[in-house]
Design a protein around this ligand. Structure first.
Ligand code: ADP
Ligand code: ZN
Ligand code: ZN
Length: 818
């Protein structure tokens, strides 16, 4: 009998590839193990075994695999089922899912670039000969492709060696250019105990007089110890004594030096193992907890709608505690890990080292470490905190998923495929484990609230803030009127200035919110009206005062700010619109005696960017913080009394059917940062249109009214959650080509779905990175089968791709687009 395996490789292929294996391999292999396989003319990939069988492929001859890479599966059956669900629901390939799901250290391929792990002291003695060759080659070249390494070693398949080197943390997989965390182990040396007495020491130095290099190492060790009075790192000793690592190794082998390691955990948990007790819930929280548990008896998903600062987190904590007592793993999903240091600390205080954090900004090794801890159900990974991609972790006893701030759009992956929504995928994941999912938000998405109203989810509400702190007092300021009456200074109304003056003089802090999606400051010539455009995209460049640069927010193009108009040469150039930077400048001029800081994409780059600003605010080193939506995310500051929304209109007018819902969510979330203690907070919302329904609903905190009104619109205009929708984007560098292609595509869709097809349309920014875009929208009524609809779209897509003229057009399918 012949033996075969179907393998997932990290390439977007419609079908899985079948490879031939021996009987012995067939006995050994299990679904979920990795193998290295040849692909195409000369490529090598890491594949995941999907199926083991005995049916030869019909249309091609199966190639042999190169090698088995694992002893046991690295992904489990539930994960494979989840991958399959994602591929079919979000209309992508298993290869796409594999690439998103696995840390890149797990998916080596011939093009993978590796480099030396500079974060770790490497002990050459642990390297086998072939491993040493690779290590040595990397001393001379900063990075190598795996396929270069095959050449260096003179073997066809270097993946097993690379895999070992990664496990020994000798090398890193490139791509990750992030700041690295601390290494896991630092190697130290000290003089062996038996030489601590004066006599023995003299004897030793005498003995070493014939080995001058070793002698020098010992002398250096003394002087380093004397001067630093701290443990001595091998690296420091090597450097200071100019000795090679082999000399130090010789001293260790002789028993003169003793090496030891100090473990510095990557995701640092600084506690002492004595965990804090979880808090006693107040009666509102207690009632919510009871209702949630009651609902979980019959429902697998519950939505917790609790106003900002109602103490939702403490309710989650109780549920986590109970899950842990039952021996279950918990996944705590967050929209953005970088913003949640406060939460991480809070959970670590309760659950100590059982908390792991899975973070896209971590290095390959760090992610692989969390992965393995979860896979092995280790004590360290009982509660996993993570953003979107943590739904891919190999849980084995998952009992509870918490999706915090479930309304956040960043749960949806936009690019590349799989374009999955982590909240929705989490619910599917929970089903696979028969686990429960709790969605939490002060401003639930219409989708989730709708599901709750339809009794698909349980619904639990907390309407009071913890400690009965009052909801902030909301005031709408009509800036059209203020302009008319000359009551504006720059972008600040007299009311905002008054309230700021009061709050600041009482020693409180102020937050000013400026939506990122609002007008960014663009530059315009007063003489001819020209404004500099991005050469690659159809947008004006944005002015960044701090660096005196013009930048494209779509493709990252940068040029220096010009002194004269590029079109007419006039020096009269003006910046229009306002971004956070401009607000910051104005506020500094208005309040010169207070410390002002800004929090947006530009000021929070780098791993600790957010932390610095957040802790400065906590330490009250900042009086006024100007920021974008980053401010809205779950921050808990005691001393902020006033929140100013600089301009509500640009959010409301954003061309998207979710713009109103989002404005409501954003404003209420920033408002929630005000007055979290006994003093009642104040929120001032500046707008040209203060009578806008959404602003009225915001100012009365009337979620239900907003929900009902928005749902009416969604019904009338056939939008989600009433209708499902799939957005199809075609891209090409030639406009005519993408136009013809999109007309063809839309026509074929219309043949199948009639009026439920909209477009093709050029999006507001019609060209990005030199590619012209066209969008087509397919709306799917609830009664129409989603599976059949997708089947039909796939068919149309396949015929489209078989047309020669259209072959170079890129098609993006986005299910449940955001
Ligand atoms: P939410 O997540 O609903 O915005 P939090 O869980 O952050 O609210 O709670 C708001 C504040 O109230 C936090 O500072 C938290 O420590 C405090 N708090 C909430 N519940 C309790 C409780 N049961 N005992 C003591 N403090 C609590
Ligand atoms: Zn000009
Ligand atoms: Zn651009």
């Amino acid at each position: 009998m012949q033996h075969f395996i179907d393998v997932i490789i990290p390439v977007p292929l419609q079908k899985l590839f079948t490879y031939s294996i021996t009987a012995a391999e067939s006995d050994f292999l299990k679904v979920g193990m990795r193998v290295s396989v040849p692909f195409g003319k000369s490529k090598i990939y890491t594949g995941i075994v999907y199926k083991i069988h005995s049916e030869a492929p019909e249309v091609y001859e199966a190639k042999d695999i190169h090698q088995i890479l694992d002893d046991t599966p690295i992904i489990n059956e539930q994960q494979l089922r989840l991958w399959q669900w994602i591929a079919s629901y979000y209309m992508c390939t298993l290869g796409d899912v594999m690439r998103a799901a696995l840390p890149s250290a797990f998916i080596l391929e011939s093009e993978t670039i590796i480099s030396k792990n500079t974060q770790k002291e490497i002990d050459e003695s642990i390297l086998k000969d072939d491993e040493f060759l690779v290590f040595d080659a990397l001393q001379f070249q900063s990075s190598l492709k795996i396929h270069d390494i095959s050449n260096i070693l003179g073997i066809k398949n270097a993946l097993p060696i690379i895999k070992r080197l990664i496990e020994k943390e000798v090398i890193s997989v490139e791509e990750e250019v992030y700041e690295k965390y601390k290494p896991k182990l630092v190697r130290y040396v000290r003089l062996h105990n038996s030489y601590t007495s004066e006599v023995h020491l003299h004897q030793l130095l005498d003995d070493l007089s014939r080995a001058p290099k070793q002698h020098k190492v010992i002398m250096t060790l003394f002087s380093l110890s004397a001067s630093t009075k701290k443990p001595i790192k091998v690296a420091d000793l090597t450097k200071a004594s100019e000795a090679s690592s082999s000399i130090i190794k010789a001293l260790i082998d002789k028993g003169i030096l003793e090496e030891y390691y100090i473990q510095t955990d990557r995701v640092e948990y600084k506690g002492d193992g004595n965990n804090e007790d979880t808090k006693r819930l107040n009666e509102n929280q207690e009632a919510a907890l009871t209702e949630i548990k009651e609902a979980f008896k019959t429902q697998s998903v519950v939505l917790l709608h609790g106003v900002t600062s109602s103490g939702k987190t403490e309710v989650y904590v109780k549920l986590i505690e109970e899950a842990l007592e039952r021996g279950e793993q918990v996944l705590y999903l967050l929209p953005e890990i970088a913003l949640t240091t406060q939460l991480i600390t809070r959970l670590q205080n309760y659950f100590g080292e059982q908390v792991s954090v899975f973070h896209s900004k971590y290095s390959t090794h760090e992610r692989a470490e969390v992965w393995n801890n979860v896979l092995n159900n280790s004590h360290k990974a009982q509660v996993v905190l993570g953003a979107r991609s943590s739904i891919f972790l190999p849980f084995n006893n998952l009992g509870l998923i918490i999706v915090d701030e479930e309304h956040e759009q960043s749960f949806k992956q936009f690019d590349p495929a799989p374009r999955y929504h982590a909240r929705d995928t989490a619910i599917v994941l929970a089903h696979l484990y028969q686990a429960k999912t709790l969605l939490g938000s002060a401003t639930p998405s219409l989708e989730s609230y709708f599901n709750a109203k339809q009794s698909k989810y349980g619904l639990v509400e907390i309407t009071k803030r913890y400690n009965n702190v009052l909801m902030p007092d909301m005031e709408l300021v009509d800036i059209k009127d203020k302009h008319k009456r000359k009551k504006m200074k720059g972008h600040f109304s007299d009311r905002l200035i008054e309230e700021m003056t009061d709050a600041l003089s009482e020693g409180f802090q102020v937050i000013l919110f400026q939506n990122r999606r609002g007008f960014s400051p663009i530059v315009e010539c007063n003489t001819c009206g020209h404004s500099p455009q991005c050469p690659n995209c159809d947008v004006s460049l944005t002015y960044h005062r701090y660096k005196n640069q013009l930048r494209c927010h779509y493709c990252g193009y940068v040029m220096a700010m010009q002194d004269n108009c590029m079109a007419c040469g006039s020096p009269e150039i003006d910046s229009k619109g306002f971004g956070t930077e401009q607000i910051e400048t104005e506020v500094k001029a208005l309040f010169p005696n207070y410390k002002v800081a800004r929090m947006d994409l530009d000021t929070t780059r780098g791993k600790y960017g957010y932390e610095k600003i957040i802790s400065a605010l906590e330490q009250q080193e900042i009086d006024i913080l100007v920021g974008t939506q980053m401010l809205t995310k779950g921050l808990d500051f005691r001393n902020v009394k006033l929140v100013g929304v600089m301009n509500a209109d640009n959010m409301l007018n954003f061309p998207d059917f979710r713009a109103h819902e989002r404005s409501f969510q954003l404003i209420l979330q920033v408002a929630g940062r005000a007055g979290r203690t006994d003093v009642r907070g104040k929120v001032l919302i500046q707008s040209y249109n203060p009578h806008h329904n959404i602003l009225q609903q915001v100012s009365t905190n009337d979620y239900l009214l907003m929900y009902n009104e928005q749902m009416d619109e969604r019904y009338n205009f056939k939008y989600p959650p009433i209708y499902k929708q799939i957005k199809i984007t075609l891209k090409h560098k030639d406009y005519l080509n993408v136009e013809n292609a999109s007309i063809w595509y839309a026509k074929s869709l219309r043949n199948a779905f009639g009026d439920y097809v909209l477009g093709p349309e050029s999006p507001p920014v019609a060209r990005i990175r030199n590619q012209f875009h066209k969008n087509i929208l397919v709306k799917i009524p609830k009664k129409q089968s989603l599976a059949k609809t997708k089947e039909a779209i796939t068919k149309i897509n396949n015929s489209f791709l078989s047309i020669k003229d259209f072959r170079s057009v890129k098609v993006v399918l986005n299910v449940d687009n955001f």
